[in-house]
Design a protein around this ligand. Structure first.
Ligand SMILES: NC(=O)c1ccc[n+]([C@@H]2O[C@H](COP(=O)([O-])OP(=O)(O)OC[C@H]3O[C@@H](n4cnc5c(N)ncnc54)[C@H](O)[C@@H]3O)[C@@H](O)[C@H]2O)c1
Length: 342
């Protein structure tokens, strides 16, 4: 099988590319990525070395219809897996426009060209944040039938992309599937995202910036369990369907900070409290029974070992994240930058 993976130089995309090439030795991947601040070819160094003939990197924009048209005409992939996105809620508060350009228009560009070239499958990666948030004491979980109630520009752009994907199924019968995943953690996540941010700050003995609502919770899934779910959906998922993918494991920002500090043997005094990001969702929790029931998926990495292992990965790959931090320079989003946004 030949896959076109978009955003494969980012966090989940590079883990997926690595996973797929290891698991399917006869398959090949075209990896289309714009290499924004979030994408980096150092995330793929081992992939390029280990699979020189089965992984081809293409520097380009999913919203560039001439580039995507030419790629699809040349390679005729069996599947498009669309990870490419602007993905950081905090950045979306400061500069929402690029989120709509990439996440909505970029996705629609891919859909339109997938239709033109009759690509047999379009799999789209979405996020639990499209459903809105839950109160901290709610007994509810989001099922796939839950209405979309996005509350931030990032979430709204992802929700709009999902609507576009579903519209291409309903209107043109483009063979689509969508996976809606909870928060991921694991290696190669950009150091401005929560877990790598706290870990790298702790490693440097610098303060960890916790939002004041530090008891807000997220559902956490190890990135390779997400990759396995996408694999199953591509192989066995029903066309036109959406599948939630979550572990059921919820942790607060406070829990995450504490576990990271304990793993690294650092003092709790490194925790500092900063104003919440505007629109900061309190909580998300997915009902993932559909993918469990229909496809037999379940998470294989438990949080108790997955988080410390991830923290150790960052401790052992200091050169990787220091290079990414240096590249970002003063473009790294500051979690204290909210004043004046509302
Ligand atoms: N990280 C999570 O916890 C999480 C959870 C659920 C869903 N998701 C979704 O998974 C996908 C990947 O997330 P991530 O955390 O790996 O993001 P990321 O920000 O680490 O990576 C995004 C990648 O997309 C590339 N990109 C951005 N704009 C592009 C464009 N116009 N054309 C081509 N490439 C472009 C970037 O260069 C980068 O390599 C996103 O769609 C995100 O919404 C993420």
């Amino acid at each position: 099988m030949k896959l076109l993976v978009t955003g494969g130089a980012g966090f989940i995309g590079c883990n997926f590319v690595r996973y797929w090439l290891q698991r399917y030795p006869n398959d090949s991947i075209i990896n289309l990525d714009l290499l924004t601040y979030a994408g980096d070819l150092t995330n793929l160094t081992d992939v390029a070395q280990n699979h020189p003939n089965r992984h081809q990197f293409v520097h380009g924009d999913i919203g560039d219809d001439r580039c995507v048209d030419a790629l699809l005409a040349q390679h005729r992939p069996d599947v498009i897996v669309n990870f490419a996105a602007e993905s950081h809620n905090s950045r979306a508060v400061l500069n929402p426009r690029i989120f709509f350009e990439t996440n909505v228009i970029g996705t629609q560009t891919l859909l339109e060209l997938a239709r033109k070239h009759r690509i047999p499958r379009f799999h789209h990666i979405s996020t639990c944040e499209v459903y809105g948030d839950l109160s901290l004491d709610s007994p509810e979980r989001f099922t796939e039938a839950h209405p979309y109630r996005p509350r931030t520009p990032y979430n709204a752009s992802k929700a709009a992309a999902d609507h576009a994907v579903n519209a291409y199924f309903e209107t043109y019968r483009l063979p689509v599937t969508i996976s809606i995943c909870s928060n991921n953690y694991g290696p190669y996540q950009h150091p401005e995202k929560l877990m790598p941010l706290f870990t790298t700050r702790a490693l440097e003995d610098k303060p960890l910036p916790l939002y004041r609502s530090s008891h807000n919770r997220r559902e956490w899934l190890f990135v390779l369990d997400h990759c396995r779910a996408i694999d199953l959906i591509i192989q066995e998922g029903r066309i036109g369907e959406t599948y939630n993918v979550g572990s059921g494991i919820e942790k607060s920002i406070e829990d995450i900070a504490d576990t990271i500090l304990t793993t690294l043997n650092k003092p709790a005094t490194l925790k500092t409290y900063v104003p919440d990001r505007p629109g900061h969702d309190r909580r998300y929790l997915l009902d993932s029974s559909k993918i469990q029931r229909e496809l037999g998926w379940e998470p294989s990495i438990d949080f108790e070992s997955g988080l410390p292992d991830t923290v150790r990965w960052y401790a052992e790959h200091r050169g990787w994240w220091e290079t990414i931090q240096k590249k970002a320079g003063d473009q790294m989003v500051q979690e204290e930058a909210w004043s004046g946004q509302r």
